[in-house]
Write a protein that binds this ligand. Structure first.
Ligand SMILES: [Ca+2]
Ligand SMILES: [Ca+2]
Length: 469
């Protein structure tokens, strides 16, 4: 996944999808042959995946043996099922989708237990994806598929997480030719390898990037003697944050990888959006309402061409919908063969008419307060000073307010579907405390305001409920 900050054109930044339960123990990729010289630093799969700090925009990535905070890689000293000892502190399991980060550099003279920073899960090792193994032979795989002729069962497949060393699994295709990868992490890059075996003369492999749970990542065509292509879709935006709001344009990259045995000297492409999705921009070529097309150029063996697009999704009637891009690649040098793949992306409904608003004020312009509002599906939205419009979802929400621990304390107020309170003269330093865990959270009611103090090290939990619209 390409990690780039997205500038949202709407007042909220919906961060991610995911939620759900996370594996309690064990996990994919336990490789007995790969220890770390006797030192136990294998991180439990509960921790694997992407996390967002509540008090900052720092994204954390945790894998089998790595802890990255943004681009900084922490040294991992020790790990068990409950915690990870890293340089500058300890990460502890708080709940299924939350971690506490105890930062040693914040110890003060009192030597009391520090109030932790919180990390909220963006994606964990609890997703699945599928792909299909076909053999087009003399037949176009897309045609074969349409005719229900393809799908090679019993093909052994190795699925390796390129971003998480040691996380690999072996499986074989079912009677329909479908392979299923389990306990995968959204946004990680996976290498799928089909080794030489009966019916497979040449090993072939390709990279894929799952972007939402249950995604179909397309076709692997065993006809590999010449050039052979596998398409993949990458995005820079959080999985789950694609909004069908008819406004926001999202960057996507269509990757075309030559997984065959010959270079392709000359190839063309056409990308057609389906289901109402709109391509608003495609590098170097004109965009018409139907599709974008151009010259892919030469693609050497093992090489990859990347096509950058912008897409926009109109409103949808359902909570989410999988939008598709049909990608066709062909060459005038190769007769009777065209590679066709349908790449998909999940969009979530957003309507300006169906929102709730959290208005947040502070007594200070210089120190920004930050928080996450987590919807009943576990999808976190970033909230901050000012008006925060959240897409309505019926059920129980969590609001976690925090700020950078380096900054001094400040007073702040929250107006739930009403104006934010004036913080002038507020002195209730202990109001709401102790509200440092979900269990001790305060309840927010619609139409009401609360005023609180955010101590130099503090976090305040709230819950609120949205009824049926
Ligand atoms: Ca407080
Ligand atoms: Ca608190």
């Amino acid at each position: 996944m390409k990690i780039i900050n997205k500038s949202a054109t709407i007042t909220i930044l919906l961060l991610v999808l995911l939620l759900a339960s996370c594996p309690e123990t064990g996990g994919p990729g336990t490789d007995p042959g790969d220890d770390n010289g006797g030192t136990e630093t294998t991180i439990d799969s509960f921790f694997w995946g992407r996390w967002i700090a509540v008090d900052s925009d720092t994204e954390w990535y945790i894998s089998r043996d790595k802890v990255l905070a943004g681009t900084f890689e922490h040294t991992v000293y020790q790990a068990d099922a409950e915690s990870i000892d890293i340089s500058f502190g300890t990460i502890e399991r708080d709940s299924d989708n939350m971690l506490r980060y105890l930062d040693d550099t914040y110890f003060d003279d009192s030597e009391e237990d520090p109030i932790p920073a919180f990390l909220y899960r963006l994606s964990g090792a609890d997703n699945t994806f599928t792909a299909s193994v076909v053999d087009s032979g003399d037949t176009n795989p897309s045609i074969s598929r349409a005719l229900g002729l393809v799908g090679i069962g019993g093909i052994n497949v190795i699925i390796k997480n390129i971003d998480n060393d040691g996380d690999s699994q072996e499986t074989s295709t079912d009677d329909e030719g479908v392979l299923t990868a389990t306990e995968t992490i959204l946004g990680d890059n996976y290498k799928i390898t089909i080794p030489v075996q009966t019916g497979v003369a040449d090993e072939l492999s390709a990279e894929v990037t799952p972007l939402y749970n249950g995604q179909d990542l397309g076709l692997f065509d065993l006809l590999n003697s010449g050039a052979n292509f596998k398409m993949n879709l990458e995005a820079n935006t959080w999985t789950g944050s694609f909004l069908a709001d008819n406004v926001t344009e999202y960057d996507l990259w269509v990757e075309v990888e030559n997984i065959g045995k010959s270079d392709m000297d000359e190839a063309n492409y056409r990308i057609t959006p389906l289901n109402g999705l709109v391509i608003t921009e495609c590098e170097g070529v004109a965009v018409d309402s139907e599709s974008v097309a151009g010259i892919l150029g030469s693609v050497l063996i093992g090489g990859r061409e990347s096509l950058r697009l912008k897409v926009l999704c109109p409103g949808i009637d359902t909570e989410s919908q999988d939008m598709e891009l049909k990608v066709e690649v062909w060459s005038p040098m190769v007769e009777d063969r065209i590679w066709i793949e349908t790449l998909s992306l999940r969009f979530f409904s957003y309507s300006e008419d169906n929102t709730i608003t959290l208005n947040i004020s502070t007594d200070s312009n210089s120190h920004d307060i930050k928080g996450l509002a987590i919807n009943p599906d576990g999808i976190p939205y970033r909230v901050g000073l000012g008006e925060n419009d959240l897409s309505w979802e019926t059920g129980s929400w969590i609001l976690i307010m925090s700020k950078d621990n380096n900054n001094p304390g400040l007073s702040y107020g929250v107006g739930f579907d009403t104006a934010a309170p004036d913080m002038a003269g507020f002195t209730g330093i202990n109001d709401g405390e102790p509200d440092n865990t979900l269990e001790d959270s305060s309840i927010l009611n619609s139409g009401e305001t609360v005023r609180r103090y955010m101590d130099i090290r503090d976090v305040d939990f709230f819950t609120f409920t949205l009824g049926e619209l």
